[in-house]
Ligand binder design. Structure first.
Ligand code: SF4
Length: 169
């Protein structure tokens, strides 16, 4: 597998970044600068470390108990091309895929990078929208603020509009 990803870090066994037992990739670089962001160290596009996709993929799939992979950040969609390559291989390996983004679903569909659309097409779930401090709610599942949505991506793409994953509302 060719390509590299700039990452802030990884968590090999997470139960908080999506449904089930997951591997989480924190990408490095975020343009949104939401006030109150919990991961400000991920904002610098020159920060973090570069990791070969082949090395990252091997680290993920070595644990057969990890059913899902979460792409978090930072802003994953700023590195859509390498993440598409990784996501395609993970899908072929049967993993459930979820991503977080500070963009809304509607904004993602307008971005000019063609790999953004391709990456969306690999996902099962998408938590979209910026973190808004005034709407912060620690009771929400997978979300930091009430404006964010947990979207069923295949249904959203079929509808051409955001569709909630009702089981996580
Ligand atoms: S999108 Fe996420 S990582 Fe980026 S500033 Fe907002 S909360 Fe922080």
């Amino acid at each position: 597998m060719e390509g590299k990803l700039r990452i802030a870090g990884t968590v090999a066994e997470s139960i908080v970044d999506g449904p089930g037992f997951r591997y989480t990739v924190f990408t490095q670089g975020c343009p949104h600068h939401c006030p109150g962001c919990h991961n400000p160290q991920t904002h610098d596009f020159d920060g973090g470390t570069e990791m070969k996709l082949s090395v990252l993929f091997a680290d993920i799939v070595k644990n057969k108990f990890v059913r899902g992979v979460t792409l978090s950040g930072g802003e994953p969609f700023c590195q859509a091309e390498p993440l598409f390559t990784l996501a395609k291989a993970l899908k072929e390996d049967g993993r459930h895929l979820m991503a977080f983004t500070g963009y809304t679903f509607e904004q993602l569909l307008e971005l000019p990078d063609p790999y953004v659309q391709r990456l969306i097409g690999m996902l099962d779930l998408l938590v979209d929208g910026p973190f808004i401090l005034a709407e912060r709610d620690i009771e929400l599942r997978f979300r930091g603020s009430a404006n964010q949505r947990v979207l069923d991506v295949p249904k959203s793409l079929a509808e051409g509009a955001p569709v909630w994953a009702e089981q996580y509302r």
